[in-house]
Design a protein around this ligand. Structure first.
Ligand code: FCB
Length: 445
């Protein structure tokens, strides 16, 4: 479908945004008494980050807030998704809160509202205070309660001006990449720990939802999951069964507790002694009604019983610079599956979607990233298709506003629709930013 017709598929109430996260763009790691985060610490570990970089400067967003807000407004989006760095708000994650830390986010939120842009804040986009990691981090049940305190504190100060408040971004990444594979902070390699961490993240989500509501929340409350469609490599029964198991581990392990109040039995059986300790009442606490579900989608996962990796590139299929297969249909399939599996599914936002590409340099003030335009157009069309199939879609947010610190890949991977020159901090909207702006102009009519 051409962009020309695509915009007509979306109602006037649809939310269109761009997304970022604190550690990936802010820099200013010590400003106004900010504490150390587990990502500050992890970046110092030799070999942890592909280009041996860190988040000390990143996009220097902390010092460029006003011009970055103008940049966001220039795109014509009606929403901005950002995250709050917990160690700015509470240096150690326990003890005193730091009012100066919230001043920055207050300026951000007020600046968005002045520009007519909805503010969607995420409380945990991975930069846990190191002070809590020193006490056991997400593996320690006490962190659950520290998170609830932090959530309440943020809401007390900003809640009246937020449109959306997300507890966690992508618990799978924190649990599995951070605590099982150890490729992300805090770099732990234990499946047992990862599963307990996961349970504590979900529990803290549920308890925070309850506490925020009890305190009179006015923002929409929800969680953001990274989800994929797990597809069998062939029609062989063994591959189909393997894909079902992968789907249970990566999607249902997170969504079943949230929407059904239980972990999938087959995954619990597979985990055996590595299954998390669940205290009486936990599952009921996790399954709080949500105002929305956020879905981050980048690629599908193709599974074979033998466990061989799916080499999309080797097969000549389109891939991004992360070597992730570009497969928009997977987003529609995933959304339809969620709608089928969870009756009463709340409104769904695609809270992240986008691609890293080897962008050409800035030439005459332009970066011609046609591959990213194709990516975005294809996935927005997939959202329209899901909507036509009855999925209650509420919004779509591009990852990312601008090139930034891509975790263990450092600055080597560029996801932005705005190019960042890290030597000068000059921002240059890419052709994809122009495309998005034009698309939104057509949609507004
Ligand atoms: C997601 C993260 C986001 C970004 C994208 C590419 O997993 O939430 O911060 O790194 O991947």
């Amino acid at each position: 479908m051409s962009s020309h017709l695509l915009h007509r598929q979306f109602p006037p109430s649809f939310v269109w945004g761009v997304a970022t996260s604190s550690f990936q763009i802010e820099g200013a790691p010590h400003a106004d008494g900010k504490g150390e985060s587990i990502w500050d610490r992890f970046c110092r570990q030799p070999g942890a980050i592909a280009d041996a970089s860190n988040g000390d400067i990143a996009c220097d967003h902390f010092h460029r807030l006003d011009s970055d807000l103008d940049l966001i407004a220039s795109l014509g989006v009606n929403c901005y998704r950002f995250s709050i760095a917990w160690p700015r708000v509470q240096a150690l994650g326990h003890g005193d809160f730091n009012p100066k830390g919230l001043n920055f986010y207050e300026r951000l939120v007020d600046g968005l509202l002045r520009r007519g842009i909805q503010a969607f804040a995420t409380l945990n986009h991975w930069d846990l205070p190191q002070g809590l990691q020193d006490r056991g981090g997400w593996n320690d049940r006490d962190t659950v309660h520290r998170f609830v305190d932090y959530a309440r504190h943020v809401q007390a100060r900003l809640g009246d001006r937020l449109d959306g408040l997300t507890t966690h971004n992508e618990p799978w990444v924190v649990a599995v990449l951070g605590h099982e594979q150890g490729s992300f902070a805090p770099g732990i390699k234990s499946r047992r720990t990862a599963m307990q961490v996961c349970h504590h993240l979900l529990l803290s989500h549920g308890l925070a939802m309850q506490a925020l509501r009890a305190d009179g929340a006015t923002a929409e409350l929800g969680i953001v999951l990274n989800l994929t469609s797990s597809v069998p490599a062939t029609a062989m029964p063994a591959d189909i069964a393997a894909a079902q198991r992968a789907d249970a581990r990566s999607r249902r392990w997170y969504a079943d507790p949230l929407f059904k109040g239980c972990y999938p039995e087959e995954v619990l059986a597979e985990l055996g002694a590595d299954a998390p300790v669940v205290q009486p009442g936990d599952m009921g606490s996790i399954a709080q009604p949500m105002d929305y579900l956020g879905v981050n989608y980048y690629t599908r996962t193709v599974i074979s019983a033998g466990g061989e990796a799916w080499d999309a590139k080797g097969r000549g299929l389109p891939v991004s610079d992360m070597d992730w297969e570009i497969y928009p249909q997977g987003l529609a399939d995933l959304l339809v599956l969620l709608h089928r599996d969870y009756p009463g599914l709340p409104p769904v936002y695609v809270t992240e979607n986008g691609g890293a590409f080897k962008d050409q340099a800035v030439v005459n003030g332009r970066v011609q990233d046609d591959d990213r335009i194709d990516y975005l157009r294809g996935h927005i069309a997939a959202v329209a298709s899901a909507m036509q199939q009855g999925v209650p879609m509420a919004g779509y947010m591009v990852w990312s506003l601008m090139d930034n610190f891509e975790w263990a890949s450092g600055y080597l991977k560029r996801f932005g629709i705005v190019h960042v020159d890290y030597d000068t901090q000059v921002r240059t909207p890419k052709a994809s930013a122009d495309w998005y702006r034009d698309f939104l102009k057509d949609w507004r009519g």
